[in-house]
Design a protein around this ligand. Structure first.
Ligand code: HEC
Ligand code: HEC
Length: 271
C-alpha cells in the first residue's frame, strides 16, 4: 500500500498542477479590440458584476473599477484570471460560467473603465487623516499601516476595496453592511457578527471568532478573547445587523465626514 501512495505522490509532483505557478490564460480572441467586444463585455458586466461593482463600474460592495491601476490585475492576463477565479479570501467570487471569449470581453470592458476619469474626492484627505488620528478613536478598532488594534477590518487598503458611497455609509450607518473579509465564504459565516453573552460571571459583547455546538469564542473591544461553554450561559444573542462600530453622523460635521471619506478613499496600501 505505501508503495502505491508514493507512486501517486510522484505522479502528482511531476504533473503540471503541482508545477503550478504558470497559469494557462487563453489567448485573446480576434475581436478583442472591436466595439462589438466592448458592447458584449458591458452587457455581461451588467448581469454578473454590476450588483457589486455598480452599473457603471463606480463600485459599491466591491471596489470602484474606474481606475487606471488595478492592484490584483496589473495586466490583461491577471485581469482574466481575477474574473475567472475570483480573489481568494475576499468577497470577489469566481467565474459565472462564461466562454473564454466572453470572459475576455468582460476584461476588455473593465479595461475601458480604467480610462475614465477617477472618482473625485468630496473633501480634503490631509485633513481627513488628522481627523482619523484625533477624533472617533478609529485606531482602537482598526489597524492601519501597522498601527492600531484589530477588532474591525484592516483599513490599510480600504480605498482599493470600497467606493466613496460605501465608505460614507460605513461611517454614518455602520449597521448597513457587514463585510465578509475572511476566506470562509461558506455563505453563513458572517465574519463581523456581533454576539452578546451573559455568563455567571458577567456580560460580554464582542465579535464572534469561533463557534461550534458546545462553545463560543468572542473578542471584546479591548482585544481580549473570551471563551464560553454554551451550556453554562444564562443568555446568548447573535446581533445580526448590529455593528460594534459607532455611527459618526452626529459626531462629525458634514465637512469632517467629507474629509474623512476622502482620506479613506486615498488608502491604497503601498504600491
Ligand atoms: C459579490 C460581489 C462581487 C461580484 C458579483 C463581483 N465582484 Fe469583483 N470584487 C468584489 C470585491 C469585494 C472585490 C475586492 C476584493 C478585495 O481586494 O478585497 C472585487 C475585486 C475585483 C477586481 C480587482 C480590483 C483591483 O483593484 O484589483 C476586479 C478586476 C473585479 N472585482 C472585477 C469583477 C468583474 C469583472 C465581475 C463580474 C464578472 C465581478 N468583479 C463580480 C466583489 C464582487
Ligand atoms: C468600537 C470599534 C470601532 C470603532 C471605534 C470604529 N470602527 Fe470602523 N468598524 C468596526 C467594525 C467591527 C467594522 C466591521 C463592519 C461592521 O460590523 O459594521 C467596521 C467597519 C469599518 C469600515 C468598513 C470597512 C470595510 O472594508 O467594509 C470602515 C471604512 C471603518 N470601519 C472606518 C472607521 C473609522 C474611520 C473610524 C473612526 C472615525 C472607525 N471605523 C471607528 C469597528 C469600529
Amino acid at each position: 500500500m505505501p508503495f502505491v501512495f508514493l507512486l501517486m505522490l510522484l505522479i502528482w509532483f511531476v504533473s503540471p498542477a503541482a508545477a503550478g505557478a504558470e497559469l494557462e490564460i487563453p489567448a485573446k480572441p480576434d475581436d478583442f479590440m472591436t466595439s462589438a467586444a466592448l458592447v458584449d463585455g458591458e452587457r455581461l458586466f451588467r448581469i454578473h458584476c454590476a450588483r457589486c461593482h455598480g452599473m457603471l463600474g463606480e463600485g459599491g460592495e466591491g471596489p470602484n473599477l474606474k481606475r487606471a491601476r488595478l492592484k490584483h490585475a496589473p495586466d490583461d492576463d491577471s485581469l482574466y484570471d481575477v474574473i475567472d477565479s475570483g480573489i481568494r479570501g475576499t468577497g470577489m467570487p469566481g467565474t459565472f460560467g462564461p466562454t473564454e471569449d466572453e470572459l475576455w470581453h468582460v476584461a476588455r470592458y473593465v479595461r475601458s473603465l480604467g480610462a475614465l476619469p477617477a472618482q473625485t474626492m468630496p473633501g480634503d484627505p490631509v485633513r481627513g487623516k488628522m481627523l482619523y488620528e484625533s477624533k472617533g478613536a478609529c485606531a482602537t478598532c482598526h489597524i492601519l499601516a501597522g498601527y492600531g488594534r484589530g477588532v474591525g477590518p484592516e483599513l490599510t487598503e480600504v480605498g482599493l476595496r470600497r467606493n466613496a458611497e460605501y465608505l460614507r455609509r460605513a461611517l454614518t450607518n455602520p449597521d448597513a453592511d457587514h463585510p465578509m473579509l475572511s476566506g470562509r465564504m461558506t455563505g453563513r459565516i458572517n465574519e463581523f457578527l456581533t454576539v452578546r453573552v451573559v455568563s455567571p460571571d458577567g456580560e460580554y459583547e464582542g465579535l464572534r471568532i469561533n463557534e461550534d455546538e458546545f462553545s463560543i469564542q468572542l473578542r471584546d473591544l479591548n482585544g481580549e478573547i473570551h471563551s464560553f461553554d454554551k451550556r453554562e450561559l444564562l443568555g446568548f444573542e447573535k446581533a445580526f445587523g448590529h455593528s460594534l462600530m459607532p455611527g459618526y453622523e452626529l459626531v462629525l460635521s458634514a465637512g469632517d465626514l467629507d474629509d474623512l471619506v476622502s482620506y479613506l478613499m486615498s488608502l491604497e496600501g503601498s504600491s
